[in-house]
Design a protein around this ligand. Structure first.
Ligand code: A1CAB
Length: 338
């Protein structure tokens, strides 16, 4: 696998899932740095991944992207006083990041990217965003705001943008899902036209480390649909499993047995769907004997408007992803169909 120097901005669950998957595939720990504002989370990451560079404090993101020589790194620690690092890595220098993975919540992305604007503009790493809803054009705008501002730390909508788009780092927007935590993720990716094939390959192999399915979409608005299907999708299946478990309990089964049978049924159905040459409808019909038990259940689902409800729910997630862009960024990309 390609072994670019990686900076994870944000050390939450998805960052950890990607990092953990990469390390499990043999990606060198020394090529990764994570920034994380919460001290308890830093300590957790330190203890789970001994030797991992975990930076915290106001300069952490800049250090992670810029890298540091041994001397200035130590000086930065002393001068700043609030950058905490894994002591085992404290005496090492580390190079600038070639890939920056934005793994912070969409609500704080603007501040983080704007603050990093000058550094990103100078270093031009490949930027990969996993933030739901935030479009690549908005990320470019935040970088430009930060790169153009005097301090590089103030994000205001009115900041004059002097930096040209062509001078900004390329951005790839991805939507993984939480099964990445168990190496079973499904990820959608969208690359802006200024990314190169080798940058796309880097993104694909990084996300591929924790995803069994990696799919590119050619319109950015389809990332919102990826969110509606696979990003949010695990929750739909958990809801279905909860409902099945509750139904069996109501019929007199103990909860543990109901849970185990439900989970294995879900897993078995998914494995059959994945390995069979039959399409999903054929697989369903094959379980459904005419006038039998499954037929009774499926007819009840259909009468209750199950398909319309699912379509409406996926559309609601897709629409929410699009409206997040407007709420948090004040505008949407050209190809969004709002
Ligand atoms: O619910 C959310 O906003 C995020 C995006 C995809 C999964 N969870």
């Amino acid at each position: 696998m390609l072994q670019s120097r990686l900076a994870f901005i944000g050390g939450g669950n998805m960052a950890e899932a990607i990092l953990g998957g990469l390390l499990a595939c043999g990606y060198p720990l020394s090529q990764c740095v994570v920034t994380e504002p919460l001290q308890a989370r830093c300590e957790f990451l330190h203890s789970k991944y001994p030797g991992l560079q975990v930076l915290s404090g106001p300069q952490a993101n800049h250090l992670a992207v810029n890298g540091s020589e041994s001397v200035s790194y130590t000086a930065a620690l002393v001068d700043n006083g609030s950058v905490h690092v894994n002591p085992t890595a404290g005496s090492e220098s580390f190079p600038p990041a070639e890939v920056v993975i934005l793994a912070v919540k969409p609500q704080v992305l603007r501040g983080v990217v704007s603050d990093l604007g000058k550094t990103l503009h100078q270093r031009k790493p490949l930027v990969i965003s996993i933030a739901a809803g935030i479009e690549t054009s908005a990320i470019a705008r935040f970088m430009a705001e930060g790169a153009s501002s005097e301090s590089g730390s103030e994000a205001t909508a009115a900041a004059p943008v002097q930096v040209q788009d062509k001078d900004l780092p390329p951005v790839i927007r991805v939507m993984p899902n939480t099964p990445a935590l168990v190496n079973e993720g499904a990820t959608g990716l969208y690359a802006t036209p200024d990314t190169t094939p080798s940058q796309r390959l880097v993104a694909e192999s990084l996300l591929g480390a924790v995803s069994k399915q990696v799919s590119w979409v050619d319109q950015e608005s389809l990332i919102d649909t990826v969110t509606g299907i696979s990003g949010s999708g695990p929750a739909y299946f958990f809801l279905m499993m909860e409902a099945m478990e509750d139904a069996a309990v109501k019929l007199g089964m103990d909860r543990e047995t109901a849970k185990e049978l439900t989970i294995q049924t879900c897993l078995g159905a998914a494995k059959m769907a994945q390995s069979s040459s039959d399409d999903l409808k054929t697989l369903r019909v094959k379980v459904t004997s005419p006038q039998g038990t499954t037929d009774a259940a499926i007819k009840t689902f259909e009468r209750g408007g199950f398909r319309d409800l699912v379509a409406e729910s996926v559309k609601a997630a897709d629409s929410r992803s699009k409206s997040l862009a407007v709420e948090l960024c004040g505008s949407s990309s050209k190809d969004s169909k709002l």
